[in-house]
Design a protein around this ligand. Structure first.
Ligand SMILES: Cc1cc2nc3c(=O)[nH]c(=O)nc-3n(C[C@H](O)[C@H](O)[C@H](O)COP(=O)(O)OP(=O)(O)OC[C@H]3O[C@@H](n4cnc5c(N)ncnc54)[C@H](O)[C@@H]3O)c2cc1C
Length: 513
């Protein structure tokens, strides 16, 4: 009798074991697609807000942050709108619009607060491994541009977020700030610059990898490399995510209550596969990039700033040329660019078929309309693609007149997919910002676009949570935790001198800036 009971119990246990092992259809709270800075940020935030949340992360490559978030694939500028002239467009009446600049500056302060929290809580290593102080400068030449920069400076002074910015037209002063840029220039040339000491260089790749390393140690978080997400389907209120293990070739399905498509350039095809009506009409336009990277340590040593100029006519806003000091893996570096290019790939490690396969019945009209409305951009890209090494040097010499060909090497930067959106009036428009697309039921969200990107990841993910976790985010537990992680949460820094000063003092200290 006893043997029979034992036998039955074993049979039951075995049945349960086999059920568990052979059941690929397990349900998790959250699936994050892609291991870039966006998924890392959302994963970290959610795990802090709800420690028992279950998360699975799928990344097609063998390492985190190997696409746009990697240090050499982006410029590492902590975008605060201190130096980026495209965030302060000149209006037809000559005035300068600063709304976007203020919003980006605020968002970067939010990111710095969250990163300070991660450092103080020992969730990431010492801050110097991912963030460094570096002055942010704008530099222009010619009467008209100087006039624009002066007006921009004056207008920005109305906001505390830009307190500490210095404006100068003095040749000697400029030469002190950026000797390489001013050397071999005529002292009679009309030039001007602004300088903001509070600027930063961020190694988004290092930060992303640290966040994932920490996430992996938390209970109920699994990160799968070499796993390509192939399909997504909503069924009975859950998302079925079909994943292929590229090492074994095995396919499986994971069921999730919430899915974040944080696949960078790969987000658009996945959004199309998800088939949510909110995703209809979106298209993507890939713009590739290249840098000139300095290989002469003497030259690298002589430059100590991020110097941003004005984009040329027809250039997309993210192709603003800049001569940038970088700090990558503890080593100082210098880059110039980006030079734009065209490829039909949506990811650096993507396929040439990415663009053609993304064209669907619901987005063909917006894509054609956006194409027709952006002829100057097309011309600009053609000109960029046809550039010879001498042309690239000529562009560099506008910023560094004494540059020598042998001191510079060409590097491929990350791939950006600019958003094309349906538009009532034009049929379709090309956008240069980011777009969070969420389903009406909040069960899925995708991040499209690339700018201002990684610097504003925390604000973007908070907006996403407000839409997709709308009930939870209102609870006292989540509110309290958000306030702990981001002390200015729920308040505006712009117009609040004391709060801005307090927050900046705290983050500057915590991040060792
Ligand atoms: C040239 C350039 C310069 C830039 N400069 C700056 C800057 O100075 N400052 C700044 O703040 N931002 C900058 N950005 C923008 C910034 O790099 C991006 O906004 C940010 O890195 C995007 O992060 P992400 O997590 O969305 O995407 P990514 O870092 O690209 O990560 C997406 C991940 O998803 C994976 N993936 C894709 N498809 C799938 C799939 N089907 N299944 C599984 N995994 C998948 C990819 O392999 C990748 O690892 C720049 C970008 C470029 C290209």
């Amino acid at each position: 009798m006893q043997n029979l009971i034992l036998c039955c119990t074993f049979a039951e246990n075995f049945k349960e074991m086999t059920r568990k092992n052979s059941n690929p259809d397990k349900t998790v709270d959250v699936v994050l697609i892609g291991a870039g800075i966006m998924s890392a940020t959302l994963g970290m935030l959610l795990k802090e807000l709800q420690p028992d949340i279950t998360i699975e992360i799928f990344e097609r490559l063998d390492v985190a942050a190997a696409e746009s978030s990697d240090a050499w694939n982006n410029a590492g500028t902590g975008h605060s709108a201190f130096c980026e002239l495209n965030y302060t467009p000149q209006q037809p009446d000559g005035s300068v619009e600063t709304k976007k600049a203020i919003s980006i500056a605020e968002s970067f302060e939010v990111s710095k607060q969250f990163w300070s929290f991660l450092v103080k809580s020992k969730l990431v290593k010492s801050p110097e491994t991912f963030i460094k102080s570096i002055p942010h400068m704008s530099f222009v030449w010619g009467e008209e541009n100087v006039d624009f920069l002066r007006k921009r400076y004056e207008k920005l002074q109305e906001s505390d977020l830009f307190k500490g910015m210095i404006y100068s037209e003095d040749f000697k002063q400029l030469a002190e700030w950026m000797p390489l840029v001013m050397k071999d220039r005529s002292a009679t040339e009309k030039v001007a610059a602004t300088r903001m000491e509070l600027g930063t260089d961020v190694n988004f790749g290092a930060l992303t990898r640290m966040m994932f390393s920490k996430l992996q140690t938390r209970p109920d978080v699994k990160l799968h490399f070499h796993h390509d997400v192939k399909k997504l389907k909503q069924k009975n209120g859950l998302w079925e995510v079909k994943v292929k293990d590229e090492t074994t070739g095995q396919k499986r399905t994971v069921k999730a209550k919430f899915v974040f498509i944080g696949a960078g350039g790969g987000s658009l095809p996945l959004l199309e596969k998800a088939g949510i009506p909110e995703g209809n009409g979106f298209g993507g336009f890939p713009v590739s990039g290249q840098w000139l990277k300095c290989v002469n340590p003497d030259i690298i040593e002589q430059h100590n700033a991020k110097v941003y100029g004005k984009a040329s006519v027809g250039a997309p806003p993210m192709s603003v040329p800049h001569l940038d000091t970088r700090m990558i893996d503890g080593k100082k570096a210098l880059l110039f660019g980006p030079y734009a290019g065209f490829s039909t790939r949506f990811l650096k490690n993507g396929s040439l078929l990415d663009l053609p396969l993304s064209i669907k019945a619901n987005n063909i009209r917006p894509m054609i309309s956006a194409g027709l409305d952006n002829i100057p951009l097309t011309k600009y890209l053609i000109a960029q693609v046809r550039q010879s090494p001498e042309d690239r040097m000529a562009a560099l010499r506008e910023y560094f007149p004494g540059a020598k060909m042998e001191d510079w090497e060409l590097e491929t930067a990350g791939q950006r997919v600019q958003v094309i959106k349906k538009d009532e009036k034009h049929g379709g428009i090309l956008e240069f910002g980011t777009e969070v697309v969420t389903a009406a039921d909040g069960s899925i969200a995708a991040l499209l676009g690339a700018s201002p990107g990684a610097s504003t990841a925390v604000s973007i993910m908070i907006t996403l949570m407000e839409r997709c976790f709308s009930d939870k985010i209102k609870t006292p537990q989540w509110q309290q935790k958000l306030k702990q992680m981001i002390p200015s949460y729920g308040e505006s820094l712009n117009g609040n001198t004391q709060l801005t000063d307090n927050i900046r003092t705290q983050t500057t200290h915590a991040l060792g800036l």
